[in-house]
Write a protein that binds this ligand. Structure first.
Ligand code: SF4
Length: 454
């Protein structure tokens, strides 16, 4: 076990790195570079996947409903208390599943099914059962198919968690964000520490294989002391995985974020310290630091995969078992298929109308060029496995490789004969280092952000 210690930057290096690395996710998922990709392209891609029965397939299912809006939220979701509306959503989702399954050859064994949102566990028990039965009817789920779900602890109950386990879900993630009552009030999401403890121990007793927590740093009224207390509690509970996202204020995507008082937000320097202290606490407690902003117990698959240089990342998150194709289902769902990143129509009504008219509800997509793919693989490998093998940069990324190698003088990377390795100090600037591989960094820089689910 190693404890990652933060480093101080020289003023000159700090200047070089300032403002970089903000929208790295865009370089991986490519959706901010959407072109004229449409339903026909997606249908063709699905048909091509059908011709490749040996390639692995996973599903991402988006449930865009919540009981209330958390003020920091940047997810594609709708606040409703109308259960019939959710039934109607499932009706349409079933139609979409039928269309996709017919084109993609739904007979192959699925590698993973991931439910996110929104709040998937806002569905009633009958609706969760129905959704699982729909998936099983349209696709081929086998005992080995990894079923995971993002849950809001405020909507979880013993009965619901038992049902999810009985339906085959083995990985559950809970949106914890921050346990401090003042911070919770400032973000409009009240969930007591007792509730989190109860839900966590319920999930443990029921026997989920993996329990994850999402935390957010950079929230209003958050201080080093309050966040340290949250992390201490999380460490004491010992979930298998913890994601620690930075709050990204994006009022253009979520006007409700205006309700957060900017004067209560930590400064940029304080945000950095919040994250650095989180890294020190989790790594000191025996967690491996995964990629940019996640942690996993050292015996967890993610930690083992990272140690062996085979960790991957897709639009669901980090994974030790990458899927060749990921099909998104539901309003706003994201997928990656046949070298294209695709997003469904996020507007609920338009998504529904399109599906009911018998058309694939693609809203935007981007077919990766060979150059895009090389960049994405390089960035992804650097983020996940902290090395950039020389062969991944050969030919088209030579300049980027040289620029990255130049950080060896600053102690942020180590130049080895066949690869560049990010140092412990460099990990704190991984996002910035990867920016050298993002050809699109300079345009439309404000467009992309990443928000935690649930
Ligand atoms: S953070 Fe999660 S629970 Fe809160 S509004 Fe957004 S999707 Fe819903």
């Amino acid at each position: 076990m190693s404890t990652a210690a933060p480093v101080e930057l020289s003023p000159e290096l700090a200047q070089r790195l300032t403002g970089r690395g903000r929208r790295l996710q865009g370089a991986i998922h490519c959706l901010d570079r959407h072109d004229h990709y449409g339903a026909e392209d997606y249908s063709r891609a699905l048909a091509e996947v059908a011709q490749r029965p040996m390639e692995t397939l996973s599903l991402y299912v988006h449930i865009p409903f919540c009981a209330g809006r958390c003020l920091y939220c940047g997810c594609s979701t709708t606040v409703t208390h109308d259960s019939e509306r959710m039934d109607s959503y499932l009706d349409t989702l079933d139609r979409e599943m039928a269309m996709v399954a017919e084109r993609i050859n739904g007979d192959r064994d699925l590698l993973q099914v991931h439910l996110a949102g929104g709040t998937p566990n806002y569905l009633s028990e009958a609706q969760l059962t129905r959704l699982t039965e729909m998936l099983e009817r349209r696709f081929h789920l086998v005992p080995e198919t990894e079923r995971s779900i993002e849950c809001d602890p405020r909507r979880a109950s013993a009965g619901q968690l038992e049902l999810l386990h009985a339906l085959g879900f083995r990985n559950v993630g809970f949106g914890v964000q921050d346990l401090d009552p003042d911070v919770q009030r400032a973000i409009g999401r009240i969930q007591s520490e007792e509730l989190i403890r109860d839900v966590y121990w319920l999930a443990r007793e029921i026997g989920f294989d993996s329990i994850g927590f999402d935390l957010i740093y950079g929230l209003p009224l958050q201080t080093q002391a309050t966040f340290a207390r949250t992390i201490d509690t999380v460490v004491e509970l010992a979930p298998d995985r913890v994601a620690c996202f930075g709050y990204a204020r994006r009022t253009i995507d979520g006007p409700h974020q205006h309700a957060i008082d900017v004067h209560e937000l930590p400064t940029s320097a304080d945000r950095d310290r919040l994250f650095r202290n989180a890294v020190a606490s989790f790594t000191g407690a025996g967690y491996a630091w995964i990629g940019l902003d996640s942690f996993a117990l050292e015996t967890d698959d993610l930690a083992l995969a990272q140690a062996e240089g085979r960790l991957h990342r897709n639009c669901i998150g980090y994974t030790a078992t990458p899927s060749a194709h990921l099909a998104g289902l539901g309003a706003g769902a994201i997928g990656e298929l046949r070298g294209a990143c695709v997003q469904n129509e996020p507007d609920l009504h338009r998504w529904q109308q399109t599906v009911l008219a018998g058309r694939i509800p693609v809203n935007r997509g981007h077919k990766l060029s060979e150059q895009d793919r090389r960049r994405r693989d390089a960035i992804s490998h650097l983020i996940c496995n902290l090395v950039l093998p020389r062969h991944l940069a050969d030919d088209c990324l030579d300049d980027e490789y040289r620029r990255l190698a130049a950080y060896a003088g600053d102690g942020l990377v180590e130049a080895l004969p066949d690869r560049l390795r990010v140092t412990e100090a460099g990990r704190f600037f991984l996002r910035e280092l990867c920016t050298d591989h993002d050809a699109y960094f300079h345009w439309d820089r404000a467009r992309w952000h990443f928000s935690p689910p649930g």
